[in-house]
Design a protein around this ligand. Structure first.
Ligand code: NAP
Length: 248
C-alpha cells in the first residue's frame, strides 16, 4: 500500500501491536507519530523505523489526557504536517473478578480504552474533515465478539469503542473520513505474555493453531489506511486466525 505523503499517529506504539502497526505504516511511506506512555519503548520503535529507512517521531503522551494529546498532536504536526491517519491502539487489559472491580479501576479502563480514542479523534478529526480525507482505525478486541471472563470493564470499554466507530462512520460517511476497527484475536505481545492466558496452549485450540503476529495486525491497518479502502467504513477486519467469524 502506498501511504507516501501521509502523516499517521499510532497510540501505544512503544510496544506490541502498536509498534507493529507503526513499523508497517512507516514502511508504506507514512511519517509516523509514535505516541506512548512509555517513552523508552517509543524511542525503540522510532529507532527500528529509522533503521528501515522510515520517518517517525517518539512522543510521551497519556492518551487519556486531553492536554497531553493536544501537545503531542502539535509536535507531530510541527514535525510532519497535518495528521491524516489515526490508529487508536493504546489500551490496558487487566483481569479482575467482576465483583472485585473497584470504581477507580473501572474509571481508568474507560479513560484509556474509550475516552482516549474519543479525545484523539476529537483533536484530529477537524483537519481531516477540512482536507476531505482521513482514516481512523480503532483497535478493539475479539473479546467484544466472544466475551471474556474477569474482564467485564475491559470488554465494556472495547464494546463502547465498537459503538463509537459505527456511529462516527455513519455521521461522517460523506466526508472522505472513514472509521473502521481491527479486533485482534490472540496476538503475541508483551500484554498477552503478562496476562493469565496460556498463549501457546490457547493457540492450539484456535483454528490456525498459532497466535497472530504484530505484522499481521500492521497489514490489516495498512489496508484500512490506504486509498484502496476508500469505500470501506464502519467495518471490522478481525485478525484472529478464524477463532470468531461473526461480523461485529
Ligand atoms: P502492549 O504490548 O501492552 O502495548 C500497549 C502499549 O500501550 C504499551 O506500550 C503501554 O504502555 C501503552 N499504553 C498503555 N496505556 C496508555 C495510555 N494511557 N496512553 C498511551 N499509551 C498507553 O499491548 P498490545 O497487546 O500490543 O495491545 C495493543 C492493543 O490491542 C490494546 O488496545 C489491546 O487492548 C488490544 N488487544 C490486544 C490483544 C492481544 O492479543 N495482544 C487482543 C485483543 C485486544 P505501558 O507498557 O507503559 O503500559
Amino acid at each position: 500500500m502506498s501511504l507516501s505523503g501521509k502523516v499517521a499517529v499510532v497510540t501505544g506504539a512503544g510496544s506490541g501491536i502498536g509498534r507493529g502497526i507503526a513499523q508497517r505504516l512507516a514502511r508504506d511511506g507514512a511519517a509516523v507519530g509514535v505516541w506512548d506512555l512509555n517513552l523508552d519503548g517509543a524511542d525503540d520503535t522510532v529507532r527500528l523505523i529509522g533503521e528501515a529507512g522510515g520517518k517517525a517521531l517518539a512522543i510521551k503522551a497519556d492518551c487519556s489526557n486531553a492536554a497531553e494529546i493536544k501537545a503531542a498532536a502539535d509536535r507531530t504536526r510541527a514535525a510532519f504536517g497535518a495528521i491524516n491517519i489515526l490508529v487508536n491502539n493504546a489500551g490496558i487489559a487487566p483481569f479482575v473478578k467482576y465483583l472485585e472491580i473497584d470504581d477507580a479501576q473501572w474509571d481508568r479502563i474507560m479513560a484509556v480504552n474509550l475516552k482516549g480514542p474519543h479525545l484523539c479523534i476529537r483533536e484530529m478529526l477537524p483537519a481531516m474533515l477540512e482536507a476531505g480525507w482521513g482514516r481512523v482505525i480503532n483497535i478493539t478486541s475479539s473479546s467484544t465478539q466472544s466475551g471474556s471472563p474477569m474482564q467485564g470493564h475491559y470488554v465494556a470499554s472495547k464494546g463502547g469503542l465498537l459503538g463509537l466507530t459505527k456511529a462516527l462512520a455513519l455521521e461522517f460517511a460523506p466526508s472522505g473520513v472513514t472509521f473502521n476497527m481491527v479486533p485482534p484475536g490472540f496476538i503475541d505481545t508483551p500484554m498477552l505474555r503478562a496476562s493469565p492466558i496460556d498463549i501457546d496452549g490457547f493457540a492450539q485450540s484456535t483454528p490456525m493453531k498459532r497466535p497472530g503476529t504484530v505484522e499481521e495486525m500492521g497489514a490489516a491497518c495498512a489496508y484500512l489506511a490506504s486509498d484502496d479502502a476508500g469505500y470501506v467504513t464502519g467495518q471490522t477486519i478481525s485478525v484472529n486466525g478464524g477463532r470468531y467469524m461473526g461480523s461485529a
